[in-house]
Design a protein around this ligand. Structure first.
Ligand code: MEV
Length: 442
């Protein structure tokens, strides 16, 4: 057997898992064991809950929960929770939220709210013949999935359309059932996948036994049934706008019009150059992911969807847009965002529940708007820095603090370093040298 491998790891107790791990992978097993245990929660119930969310759990991995106050969206003031490992993200969002609060706030609207799922299969018959068979198949698909739909129907959701697509022009024999769902306030992944698996069974049974088919026609190979994380019809639009004159003044005595034009060009660059678009959109997801994580939503699916949408024209582009139009500065974004506020982690994780409570328990549509608006102002904050002072000024303030903490600086040393580095370049080395110098002279 390969060294350091094990069978039956998942059956070990939590302590047994840690013991095996620290003995095999660490040089100071006792210390590591102690440290991992130190992050267990005192509240046994909460700890068991966290352990139940994943598998092979040995400890917890804390990340800071920050908040963005003064977040005015559609006239309502929120305090927005964000979980992120990146310094400056919450500070940037807070500064941009306040900036737009003073200029009429952020606006958002839901365009539509449909989720999508497929059953992918191979069949050698022609699309025309499948079209004929689908007329017979569809009532069976609906009938046999009705029971699974009941509670979603009661909540006003359910299956909204059921069609099919042929990909035979690109891949011989490839077809799919194409279903659209309204899952109300839930993200709906389990609901959709359960219904799709029922469709898959009905489809196979139909091809096996329906008298309408004969001979080779019966041969169908159902490959998989799964929702798509690409939800272009679960769309939210968010925007900020104000007269250019109201934008204010910017560092380096930059006037409002110069700022607006430089900002506009920053967005244009991300529209024509995918290299820049990637970083530009990453800045948007700094905001989106942080709120998604804080509220117990699946940030990977949200990211995958957003990036697919950004490439929908065949060329990867900026998700946000800017216009300077008759004296007005307009900045907006349309983005598909499939989120939930009931079910899944949203109702399990104690802090996700508190985050939603902080947002006054929004429905999925409200949360879509809050998350999209956070992405937009996060993008605004990044571009505002980039076209004025450069990004490092803000980043370095937080970076300096992190370096000082890592190097064990005292509160007094931190204060004096903050003043010293106001107009100097921060690096691990420069901070170390500075600390050495003040320690020597002190
Ligand atoms: C850093 O996390 C995000 C930025 O790079 C985004 C951007 O460049 O627009 C600052």
């Amino acid at each position: 057997m390969q060294p350091k491998t094990i069978t039956g790891f998942s059956k070990l107790s939590k302590l047994g898992k840690i013991k095996w791990l620290v003995e095999n992978f660490f040089k100071d097993p006792e210390n590591v064991m102690h440290e991992l245990k130190s992050y267990w929660l005192d509240n046994q119930e909460h700890q068991e809950l966290l352990d139940g969310i994943s598998e092979n759990t040995i400890s917890n991995y804390p990340l800071p929960l920050g908040v963005v106050p003064n977040f005015v969206l559609n006239g309502k003031t929120y305090c927005v929770p964000m979980v992120t490992e990146e310094s400056s993200v919450v500070a940037a969002a807070s500064s941009a939220a306040k900036y737009w609060m003073e200029r009429g706030g952020i606006q958002a609207v839901i365009i539509n709210n449909l989720k999508i799922g497929h059953v992918h299969f191979y069949w050698t018959g022609s699309p025309e013949r499948f079209g004929e068979l689908f007329e017979l198949l569809k009532p069976k698909l609906l009938e046999e999935s009705r029971g699974l739909m009941e509670s979603m129907l009661k909540r006003g959701g359910g299956l909204k359309s059921l069609t099919w697509k042929s990909f035979t022009g690109r891949e011989p024999g490839l077809y799919q059932l194409f279903a659209e769902f309204d899952t109300r306030d839930s993200m709906g992944a389990n609901f959709i996948n359960t219904v799709l698996e029922q469709f898959s069974s009905t489809l196979q049974e139909f091809f096996k036994s329906d008298p309408a088919l004969d001979g080779d026609e019966r041969e169908i190979d159902v490959i998989m049934a799964i929702l798509s994380n690409y939800t272009p019809d679960c769309l939210v639009r968010t925007w900020v706008e104000c007269p250019i004159a109201d934008l204010g003044d910017f560092p380096g005595r930059m006037d409002a019009l110069t700022f607006a034009e430089r900002f506009y060009h920053a967005v244009r660059i991300a529209q024509v150059d995918p290299y820049r678009a990637c970083t530009h959109n990453k800045g948007i997801f700094n905001g989106i992911d942080s709120v998604a994580l804080a509220t117990g939503n699946d940030f990977r699916s949200i990211e995958a969807c957003g990036h697919t949408y950004a490439a929908r024209t065949g060329k990867y582009q900026s998700l946000s847009h800017c216009a300077i139009d008759q004296g007005m500065f307009r900045f907006w974004m349309e983005l598909p965002l499939a989120v939930g506020t009931v079910g899944g982690l949203t109702s399990l994780h104690p802090i996700a529940k508190r985050s939603l409570e902080m947002l006054e328990n929004p429905g999925a549509g409200d949360l879509m708007m809050i998350i999209a608006a956070t992405g937009l102002i996060q993008n605004f904050a990044a571009l505002r820095s980039l076209v004025t002072t450069g990004i490092q000024q803000g980043h370095m303030k937080m970076h300096l603090n992190n370096i000082l903490t890592q190097t064990g600086a005292s509160p007094e040393e931190k204060e004096s370093a903050a003043a010293y580095f106001l107009d100097k370049t921060v690096s691990v080395n420069s901070v170390k040298l500075y600390l050495e110098s003040i320690r020597k002279s002190g």
